[in-house]
Design a protein around this ligand. Structure first.
Ligand code: SF4
Length: 277
């Protein structure tokens, strides 16, 4: 069983976690840890002014000197939020935060102008460049047009992948692929994170650890960030990210109004849910 690192650094960012339906169905999705609960909610069409407790959350971010907010989804994708432009403007112009997004990239080409409004980086999930493997992992055999996206973004961005037994042999190729885009400065290799489905995810978690053991013999470690080793692979700073073992810390808002002071998504949601719902 994986132990959680309870020693967290001070808050460095906050997440706005949307609840709704996703355009992918990744088998490792953290939203599936609480699928029944999260599927009761959908705020993808709710304007920012009607998102419950949003201003309370933003005030808390200010009190804690948080400058950066990432819009993401727990069981959906940030680019599916219908009022995303309005929300970015509200956060950046009215509240003076710097906003970034996390996305699976499927809608990124169509929404490149929205992406280019963000003052912080966008994190794209790149699982594979092979449509068959994509279908196995996400249920959808479509690869976003990352070449177009990475050539048309204005500020440096980052790419993350999640190691599974399906794509583990392709991870180095993915890093090589992104290394040709000057706007991609950082690649994150993530270990699947789960609170409730460890046995189901075990072989994929082991695939990550085996991959890391092999790769660290070949490429130099050049840095560390919040307990996560950073290797130089093909000139790209590549971190190996075990979510629960890092020390990074964030506040979390869920679009149904729950505000969590915990970094751990599922635990925090369950802890604060009664207070807000
Ligand atoms: S893209 Fe993200 S939110 Fe959507 S299914 Fe995959 S992991 Fe879940």
């Amino acid at each position: 069983m994986i132990r959680k690192n309870r020693k967290r650094s001070k808050y460095s960012f906050a997440n706005i976690n949307f609840l709704g339906k996703c355009n992918l169905d990744c088998f490792f999705c953290l939203g599936k840890d609480l699928e029944k609960e999260f599927s009761k909610y959908n705020q993808l069409n709710t304007p920012p002014s009607e998102l419950p407790n949003l201003d309370e959350f933003l005030n808390l971010c200010k009190e804690l000197n948080i400058e950066n907010i990432y819009i993401t989804g727990q069981n959906t994708d940030s680019l599916l939020y219908r009022h995303l432009d309005e929300l970015i403007d509200y956060l950046q112009e009215k509240w003076n935060f710097k906003v970034g997004l996390r996305t699976n990239g499927l809608l990124a080409k169509r929404k490149i102008n929205t992406i280019n409004k963000c003052k912080k980086s966008i994190s794209y999930t790149l699982l594979t460049l092979d449509p068959e493997i994509m279908e196995k992992i996400t249920g959808v055999g479509i690869i976003p047009d990352f070449d177009y996206i990475f050539r048309n973004v204005k500020i440096p961005q980052r790419v993350a992948t999640v190691v599974t037994t399906y794509n583990v042999d392709e991870i180095l190729d993915l890093i090589k692929f992104v290394s040709k885009y000057p706007q991609i400065r950082y690649f994150q290799v993530r270990r699947i994170s789960t609170d409730t489905r460890y046995d189901e995810m075990k072989e994929h978690i082991e695939a990550f650890e085996n991959f890391y053991e092999k790769i660290k013999q070949k490429f130099p470690q050049v840095d560390e960030f919040e307990k996560s080793p950073i290797l130089d692979i093909y000139g790209v700073r590549t971190s190996f990210w075990r979510t629960v073992e890092t020390t990074v810390n964030s506040l979390n808002y869920f679009s149904n109004g729950v505000i969590s002071k915990e970094y751990f998504i599922i635990e925090g949601y369950l802890k604060y849910k009664e207070k807000y719902l």
